[in-house]
Ligand binder design. Sequence first.
Ligand code: AMP
Length: 215
Amino acid sequence: MKLILLGPPGSGKGTQSRLLCEKLGLPQISTGDILREARQRRTALGKKTEGYITQGQLVPDALMLALMEERLNQKDCQAGYILDGFPRTVAQAKEFDDRLEHRGETLNAVINFLVPHEELVKRLTGRRQCKGCGAGYHLEYAPPQRRGVCDRCGGVLFQRDDDKAETIEKRLAIYQDQTSPLTGVYERAGLLKNIIGVGGSELIFRKILHEIGLS
Ligand code: AMP
């Protein structure tokens, strides 16, 4: 199965793609995670893309497409994958579509998360992550037991640079401008499944399974 999860930052793509990967036994390909890891390890890719990420801008298409070509050619992608954060521009979608066609493959569905703007801002500003194990928290919705400390491993919690208030509005505007046109593209292709992304992650997960015919 090949799925794309589409939605603005903070809409729950990461959480739902992890649940889907567990259920389907497929790799979760989060371009944001790949870029953050490259940044942490100070690789050439990390150094090239760091500025875009911290400023909330999109990484250029050519770089993203090269990265994805390499990732999708890996063995674990043969049976399918869940894409979280790619494609993010019409040019990326077009190139990805050409790649599928060239290989005689098809996409099963594009899950589009709908979440009100104020809710997205609230989710993103409160989001925290563990430096040690990567576990996710939210100051209001899922706080750690001890402030600033990971429940799982005792690591320090931090806020992503691009989750700071000044960058969030920029990321949401870029989504609106550059990524949201993809909903029209996939709707015309008959692949778009709209999901209201509020109301608890288990409920949302059940709605997705229903949309893709697995419940
Ligand atoms: P995310 O964790 O998905 O919100 O991604 C974090 C950041 O990584 C984005 O704000 C972009 O700077 C960059 N990024 C991730 N995926 C893409 C993509 N498909 N195209 C361009 N930039 C991306």
